[in-house]
Ligand binder design. Sequence first.
Ligand SMILES: Cc1cc2nc3c(=O)[nH]c(=O)nc-3n(C[C@H](O)[C@H](O)[C@H](O)COP(=O)(O)OP(=O)(O)OC[C@H]3O[C@@H](n4cnc5c(N)ncnc54)[C@H](O)[C@@H]3O)c2cc1C
Length: 367
Amino acid sequence: MYDTDVFVLGGGPAGLAAAIAARQRGFTVTLADADRPPIDKACGEGLMPDSLAAAAKLGIQIPDDAGHPFRGIRFSGPLSQVEAPFPNGRGRGLRRTVLHPLLVETAAKAGVNMIWGTSVTGVDGHSIRTARETFTSRWIIGADGGQSMVRRWTGLGEISREANRFGFRRHYKIAPWAEYVEIHWGNRCQFYITPTAPDEICLVLMSRDSHLRIDDALPQFPALQQRLAGLTPAGTERGSFAATRRLKRVAEGHVALIGDASGTVDAITGEGLCMAFQQALALADALEAEDLGLYRRAHLSLARRPLFMADFMLLMDRSRLLQRRVLRAFSERPELFARLLATHVGKFNIPQFAATAAALGWEILTA
Ligand SMILES: Cc1cc2nc3c(=O)[nH]c(=O)nc-3n(C[C@H](O)[C@H](O)[C@H](O)COP(=O)(O)OP(=O)(O)OC[C@H]3O[C@@H](n4cnc5c(N)ncnc54)[C@H](O)[C@@H]3O)c2cc1C
């Protein structure tokens, strides 16, 4: 009856992951993207241990020599610093231009029919229009990123919550100086640094100010500025809207949204790719059961922890006083930071975290 069982609109990480997972369940899958591989994007390029675990479940094999490993997270402020290793393995910094071909290769092996350089111009019922042809599909998956048109075409665009931020990314050719992803906290902006190769780092600036650029913000961070002094950026600076956005509905009838199209968490959490991979697995389960309600519930539950962490980090962004106190409390009680990180990567449950939060609250009050 249909040209394909599943049509995936968008071939970024979320679309490719959804296509791979659906193929693994035996569906015929067609995917279209306006761009061509390898697709680059403004991204911090950090894959947390839980992102790597979800990628492995999808059969995405990341060679040991691709990118660069990191063992945990370091928070750094003007007066204090704290770090902790992940309790569940290492993370990996991987350039998008390295990750994307790996995803495309896995999708090709799984038998996904991929159409590159083809914009989708509309969705109507079970029909998907491109400039060249029209497809029909039993299921339609919108994986067309933060500015999703599928959301609009299918009436899934109602937003329940939104907080805007902006991210700018630049690479530098320099050996990573830390085994951690570093988050440098400044006045209403943060830099985070991911090691992406033995001789390269990825620098991201996050703030609520769309006009604030990397070079404008660096003087606020003299130690970082000194490290980068005299280095020529490798490649161009890329920027992106980086909101925390929740939608009222992520699936209806035969249409489901995934990845940034289905809502986002603040980029500073480094959880965007993890959520996309986990959603892909949950969506394939729901397609198999012919029940997108299962996906809606799984989506909500997968977003809970990253959203909570995003809220916590955005509180630190809003108040300089709170930020100083939190950083001081963490540097005096590094085990609390380690527990927060364990929660972040899914290795600590909510009651365990509540005890940590109470201890942290006490430290902050008395700092
Ligand atoms: C500054 C910044 C830093 C980040 N850092 C991290 C990090 O360190 N770790 C992490 O895990 N996540 C990070 N994220 C989040 C992560 O980048 C996103 O969650 C991820 O890219 C989402 O993938 P996606 O496939 O949903 O969307 P995208 O990567 O945006 O892909 C969407 C695709 O859809 C295609 N498309 C759109 N419209 C159409 C159309 N009409 N027809 C055909 N194709 C179309 C586009 O060409 C594109 O290829 C960061 C995000 C930002 C902004």
